[in-house]
Design a protein around this ligand. Structure first.
Ligand code: PLP
Length: 365
């Protein structure tokens, strides 16, 4: 499992001994041209970074963050992690799946949200990972449940679980996308793609975008990172992105002065906010159209919550601006639904789950 290292350590070898990391992804992700989509849009040069392929077990952007987060938990000698998400959260499921591989138990506090087919599938998968689940009707319940999980460890004289921020977007988790930016910079140097003028990426809990902004600065690349707001659950603004980017750079600078760079100001952060529709997870016509176009012209699967809204913003950008520099779509799509036996049935779940499945016509599927 430790046969490779992240670009952060290749670029700054001194960090390898000082920053914990576990290998969960299958190595650098591919970049390639989107010839079909570019043709359909009359655009000059479109590219994609395939972070949907970070892991065959559970891909997307979360594994890159978890490589640093779970590494940190293990280095502290802990045997469990605690995190938060919506009922159908990709972050919660990715934590449970990859946590189990890294030998860490997962305790998950799940905030109730509208129960769709996607939510039910994630719940069945979650149950099959063996993670301990708590269902929170409100954010306040979630805070109390997390505190009580920590207290109950202490009462049993066990170390409390390692707390992972929602979306994995702490400075430690954000290192995953600093490293991803360095990976892209290396692919540019290696001639795998031309240097993009702009990169479009989903902005959900700041971490992915903040890491890319910080990493591009470290790499000395002036590629513009454009974050497309896809959530209204956490506060998202140029200021929240630059603050997380600077805290992450601060973490690196404490380890090695070589990494002390100028701080990032909110004016350096480009955020697009017209594609959220009625809120997180709410469908929009633009996102549905974007998902459909990508499928028809490239055979690549996206979804409407994150990647569809992001691509919709990129399509409008290339149609309105006609950029001559290459534009890259950073695909964070969480591929594969692990741990779901083909005959999975909610009636096998503990009673606490049944309310999420009753009165549904897609109960098991
Ligand atoms: C979590 C997630 C995002 C958002 O990334 P953040 O780092 O939370 O901003 C984007 N796309 C997909 C598919 C995700 O699951």
């Amino acid at each position: 499992m430790m046969d490779r290292q992240p670009d952060l350590f290749t670029a700054y070898p001194a960090l390898a001994a000082q920053i914990p990391w576990v290998s969960l992804t299958s190595g650098p992700t591919r970049v390639h041209r989107l010839t079909g989509l570019a043709g359909a849009l009359g655009a000059s040069d479109l590219w994609i970074k395939r972070d949907d392929e970070t892991s065959p077990l559970y891909g997307g952007n979360k594994p890159r963050k978890l490589e640093f987060l779970l590494g940190d938990a293990r280095a502290r000698g802990l045997d469990a992690v605690l995190t938060f998400g919506g009922l159908g959260s990709n972050h919660a499921l990715a934590t449970a799946v990859h946590g189990a591989r890294a030998g860490l138990r997962s305790e998950l506090v799940l905030l109730l949200q509208p129960v769709t087919g996607h939510v039910r599938r994630n719940l069945l998968s979650l149950h099959n990972t063996g993670a301990q689940l708590r269902f929170a009707p409100t954010k306040l319940h979630a805070v109390v449940m997390a505190a009580s999980a920590e207290l109950s460890s202490r009462l049993r004289r066990r170390k409390p679980p390692y707390r992972i921020a929602p979306g994995g977007s702490s400075p430690v988790g954000t290192l995953g996308y600093v490293s991803a930016a360095l990976e892209l910079a290396r692919q540019v140097r290696d001639g795998d793609l031309p240097q993009p003028g702009a990169v479009f990426v989903a902005l959900g809990s700041n971490g992915t975008m903040a890491g890319l902004v910080a990493g591009m600065r470290l790499a000395g690349m002036d590629t513009k990172i454009i974050g497309v707001q896809v959530s209204d659950i956490l506060r998202l603004s140029p200021r929240t992105v630059s603050r997380l980017a600077n805290r992450t750079i601060g973490l690196l600078a404490r380890v090695s002065v070589e990494l002390a760079i100028d701080s990032i100001s909110p004016a350096d952060v480009t955020m697009v906010d017209g594609y959220l529709g009625n809120g997180y997870g709410h469908p929009t016509d633009e996102a549905r159209h974007a998902v459909e176009l990508m499928h028809r012209h490239e055979g690549i699967e996206l979804e409407e919550t994150y990647t569809g809204k992001t691509l919709a913003a990129m399509i409008d950008h290339v149609e309105a601006e006609r950029p001559t520099a290459p534009v890259l779509f950073w695909n964070t799509y969480s591929s594969s639904r692990p741990h779901l036996p083909p005959d999975a049935d909610y009636r096998d779940l503990p009673q606490a789950f049944h309310r999420f499945f009753e009165n549904s016509d897609d109960g098991a599927a």
